[in-house]
Design a protein around this ligand. Structure first.
Ligand code: UD1
Length: 431
């Protein structure tokens, strides 16, 4: 079993390239099968979640070829089935995008119900309500398979009860091949919603308003070939920005869109860091001990829930009391007990974590509870005194390409180990 071993205490310094956005890639890789012409997708992040979608798309017969390391060609013309089996997708929730994509193109999809991070109850009722409004019959079959089918899809006026990234993307995909106009109200506005819409439009879809809360989609009969680069990952960039802050370092995240990082930059400035924005880079320079602040996660352009655990790690060593409130998911604090074992102080009440900053965290044996919480524990370990070992790193690898390699390139001490011998070797090497 692979683990990370980390020795804390080294400030991270240097420039780090940011990969393509995982959450945009999941939508785009699914949407790519909606045309029978070959689609080339650039800047695909090589992470476990994208691999799951790639395997799922292959399993129904699509052609998938890596042209270069992060460049993928998908050929939807060879698809022979609309049936995505549980084994293919059980590990990720975003497999539900294959419902929207296959239903849009073939008017039928059978996709196993999603898995993904255990961060609270994550129903897909709004996705189903939306498909039904477009004229599909949707049943949950034995074995947890969602079966959606329609004679034809017809544009509809859909109002989402809650802002949902997944439901917005899924309905955009299905509606772009429905007859007539669909209006999505109370849509999510995250950067990856805009990226998936831009991708679909580049294939010939007619989507307007992505990035606002009303999206209008005029259905088309056919989509066509395109070459498309995925936007940089807001959350990977944010994680390295916090890595600079928590370790007292100086890190420039490169190949990013600074506008997508504004809420993260603003918090780091409040916490006492200097943040310099370039055209496609952001530099975070630590200026001594971090200061406390309060955070409440909200849908974009609010503070991202996917950055909540990483900031909590930084606030655990900030001066003073901080309050972190989770406003999107109902179980996103499963890292708190792990941080307490590193010497963090505070208390958790419902969806609010009251943090009393300490001067130093101590290395410990840790277990990653989910993707972002796992990354937060790595950051805490990089700032802590002594060695930490972190288990269940496959969860972290769901969303970070070469996480340990990038940290090492900034001077952090981290290694993947599989046994005690590796651990001893690492300890001898880094002292
Ligand atoms: C996406 C992101 C995830 C991020 C989240 C919020 C992907 C692959 N994942 O997840 O990294 O943390 O957005 O920014 O892009 N809800 C319902 N019914 C539904 C759909 C959602 O009640 O049909 C609820 C969820 O339980 C949750 C809230 O709405 O409480 C937001 O969920 P949603 O925006 O859909 O998140 P995901 O698309 O799963």
């Amino acid at each position: 079993m692979e683990k990370y071993i980390v020795k804390g205490g080294n400030p991270l310094k240097g420039r780090v390239p940011i990969s393509g956005a995982k959450n945009a890639a999941l939508g785009i890789l699914a949407a790519a099968v909606m045309t029978d012409e070959p689609v080339t997708i650039e800047n695909v992040p090589l992470v476990r979640d994208t691999d799951v979608i790639i395997q799922a798309v292959k399993s129904v017969g699509a052609g998938v070829t890596f042209k270069e390391k992060n460049v993928l060609e998908i050929d939807g013309s060879t698809i022979t089935s609309i049936d995505i089996q549980y084994d293919q997708v059980k590990r990720i929730r975003a497999s539900y995008y294959l419902i929207g994509a296959l239903l849009g193109k073939y008017k039928e999809a059978k996709v196993a119900l999603p898995g993904g991070c255990d961060i609270g109850s994550r129903p897909i009722d709004m996705h189903i309500k939306g498909f039904t409004a477009l004229g599909a019959d949707v049943d949950i079959m034995p074995g947890g398979i969602v079966w959606a089918r329609a004679k034809k899809l017809t544009g509809a006026h859909i109002y989402f009860d809650m802002v949902s990234v997944g439901a917005t993307i899924n309905l955009m995909m299905a509606a772009c091949m429905a007859e007539g106009e669909t209006i999505l109200e109370n849509a999510a506005k995250e950067p990856h919603i805009v990226d998936v819409a831009n991708f679909l439009n580049a294939m010939g879809a007619k989507i307007k308003g992505a990035g606002t809360d009303v999206i209008r989609i005029k259905g088309v009969n056919k989509l066509h070939a395109v070459t498309y680069p995925i936007i940089p990952d807001q959350i990977e960039a944010g994680t390295f920005m916090v890595a600079a802050a928590i370790t007292g370092g100086d890190v420039t995240v490169c190949d990013v869109i600074p506008k997508h990082l504004e809420s993260i930059s603003a918090k780091l400035v409040e916490m006492g860091c200097e943040v310099e924005e370039g055209d496609d880079s952001v530099r975070v320079i630590s200026k001594g001990r971090l200061q406390s602040t309060n955070i409440k996660t909200l849908p974009y352009p609010g503070f991202p829930t996917d950055m909540q655990p990483q900031f909590a790690a930084a606030l655990a060593v900030a001066e003073g009391m901080s309050i972190v409130t989770e406003g999107v998911f109902d179980n996103r604090f499963r890292y708190v007990d792990e941080m307490f074992r590193m010497g963090a102080k505070g208390n958790l009440e419902g969806n609010t974590f009251y943090i009393k900053g300490v001067e130093k965290l101590m290395g410990a044996e840790l277990c990653a509870p989910d993707l972002r919480a796992g990354a937060a524990l790595v950051l805490a370990a990089l700032a802590a005194e002594g060695f930490s070992e972190i288990e269940d790193i496959h969860l972290i690898q769901r969303g970070y390409e070469d996480f340990d390699g990038k940290i090492r390139s900034l001077g952090g001490h981290i290694q993947i180990i599989t046994n005690e011998h590796d651990a001893q070797k690492f300890k001898l090497k880094v002292g």
